[in-house]
Design a protein around this ligand. Sequence first.
Ligand SMILES: Cc1cc2nc3c(=O)[nH]c(=O)nc-3n(C[C@H](O)[C@H](O)[C@H](O)COP(=O)(O)O)c2cc1C
Length: 175
Amino acid sequence: MKRFVSPFDYAGTIAKALKPDGVLLTAKADTQVNTMTIGWGTLGIQWGKPIFIAFVRGCRHTKGMLDKNPEFTVNIPLGEIDPKILTFCGTKSGRDTDKFAALGLHTEDPEVISVPGIRELPLTLECRVVYTQQQVPEAFLSEKFRKIYPADSQNIHDDFHTAFYGEIVSAYIIE
Ligand SMILES: Cc1cc2nc3c(=O)[nH]c(=O)nc-3n(C[C@H](O)[C@H](O)[C@H](O)COP(=O)(O)O)c2cc1C
């Protein structure tokens, strides 16, 4: 069962979950459902709509999946979860691991988009990507942040993050 909520009633919960532990971002492309840990994310309003912006590095398997099917769910824990879930999903790749099977995670059918939620991380944002922005080295005004990336990057698309602006089309708690 789903209890529908306003994402902004949970803004503090979402921000505190992002740092330091992270939340999950789930994508689906072709027949594969894959999830990865994200620690960067922004909840707000743009174009008059509720938006969650996720920042996904080009080398992630998830990046290719989002390019194919530009929809994702954000899966936020409420209360304690096994810390192994976020560590595992933040270190293993869906290229060679079925993270759902390995961790015994259970999917929940979505309401609006094609990507499921995850019962173990019940606060769910269904997001449809409406805008993407490739981040580039020359746009940094602060060396403190620029130096997170390789100084001699030959492949911006692999090394830098893309911002995926997801319109939040449904938000709920899986009960
Ligand atoms: C706490 C934590 C936060 C992370 N945050 C992000 C993030 O915001 N963006 C990103 O691209 N990768 C982030 N990662 C790394 C990905 O989760 C990791 O590379 C993952 O294995 C990618 O999975 P995939 O290859 O199946 O897409 C984070 C990892 C951890 C442990």
